[in-house]
Ligand binder design. Structure first.
Ligand code: HEC
Length: 326
């Protein structure tokens, strides 16, 4: 069922979120990631908000951390639709500056990534984190926080704060370095990888790929595709999408009789209609009869430099998540 289906209204979502069944609550939060902001916003803010957790035992807290982190993925999209000072942006800010759990802090950073260019409060939130990183005991977390901040400032076309210079790690330069870095036995977190995959900020894998029945139809369904690939093939197809392209996923340029030109993948062609999927994951329907010429392209619809839109740890986690699809 589509998350924007009319029968899925706020009261129904709210009652599902109150269920005793942890798996059902998690699925509801994931469905809300694709729902309209007016519906998803208030419900996801309530799930993410620390005050709603109370004094729970350890196991409940761990489950609730996953649920809250997934809620923040949905709130990343909601925050984009809000003006500066909106309730979701304010909530994100609280996750940045307190001692919130590391996964939640990272998730809020990811959600803020596309907003700091025009939102001074969130930008201050990142600057506050930057100041404290040198005092962190765990170097790996310090590096990831620094890399997240560096990425957010780079996407906003702003200079990164000086204080993270020493803790930011350099991106690998070539394929060999990438492989070496990705295969270093660092901790990976497939659950975090799932949140990177479905995040509207960053590489946006879900805009083109389905996993577990959710996502776009421009690229192959990765729940199926990953099973046929080894780890090296999997990494390569993310770092260099155009190296090997299966025939059904070749990108085309379609010239229409009207003179218009479209580039993208042939997602579906039937009964006189052609559906083209582009590099933003957007689908366009045209009449097959309107196509004057089609020319195959050598480059994939999947963008080349996706790894530049992720931290090294995010890419590690995404790969770990995809490997759970075997
Ligand atoms: C704009 C659409 C788009 C985005 C965004 C995108 N992909 Fe792709 N992806 C494709 C297309 C189209 C193909 C098939 C053509 C090819 O192999 O390059 C593909 C191929 C792949 C393959 C190889 C599958 C196979 O059967 O060979 C993997 C793995 C993959 N993508 C993972 C990812 C991951 C991980 C992300 C996010 C970091 C991502 N993709 C983002 C469109 C996209």
């Amino acid at each position: 069922m589509s998350p924007t289906d009319k029968s899925l209204d706020a009261p129904l979502f709210a009652s599902l979120l109150k269920s005793d069944n942890e798996a059902l609550r998690l699925e509801t939060v994931r469905t809300l990631q694709g729902a309209k902001s007016e519906i998803a916003g208030p419900l996801l803010r309530a799930v993410a908000d620390a005050a709603s957790v109370g004094n729970a035992d350890k196991q409940t807290l761990a489950a609730s951390a996953t649920l809250r982190a997934e809620a923040l993925v949905g709130l990343a999209a909601v925050a984009k639709s809000e003006p500066v000072g909106g309730p979701t942006r304010k909530l994100l800010r609280t996750f940045l500056n307190n001692n919130s759990l590391v996964p939640l802090r990272l998730e809020a950073l990811r959600a803020a990534r596309s907003l700091i260019a025009d939102d001074p409060e969130l930008r201050d939130g990142l600057l506050d984190i930057a100041k404290t990183i040198v005092r962190l005991e765990d170097g790996a977390i310090g590096t990831e926080l620094s890399n997240q901040i560096a990425l957010a400032f780079a996407e906003a076309k702003l200079d990164p704060p000086q204080s993270i210079k020493l803790t930011t790690s350099a991106k690998p330069k070539d394929r060999q370095e990438w492989m070496a870095q990705l295969n270093r036995g660092r901790d990976v977190d497939p659950a975090a990888g799932r949140r990177v995959f479905f995040n509207p900020n960053g590489a946006g894998c879900f805009k083109c790929h389905i996993v577990d029945g959710r996502g776009g139809r421009v690229g192959p369904d990765l729940s199926r595709a990953v099973g046929t690939m080894n780890r090296i093939q999997l990494i390569q197809s993310i770092l260099e999408p155009s190296r090997e392209i299966a025939p059904q996923f070749v990108s085309w340029t379609f010239e229409l009789h009207s003179g218009k030109v479209l580039t993208g993948m042939l997602v579906h062609e039937n009964e006189g209609k052609t559906i083209v999927g582009d590099a933003e994951g957007k689908l366009t329907e045209i009449k097959t009869i309107d196509i004057a010429a089609r020319v195959p392209q050598k480059t994939s619809v999947m963008p080349d430099k996706l790894a530049e839109r992720m931290t090294l740890q995010e890419l590690r986690d995404v790969i770990a998540f995809l490997e759970t699809q075997r």
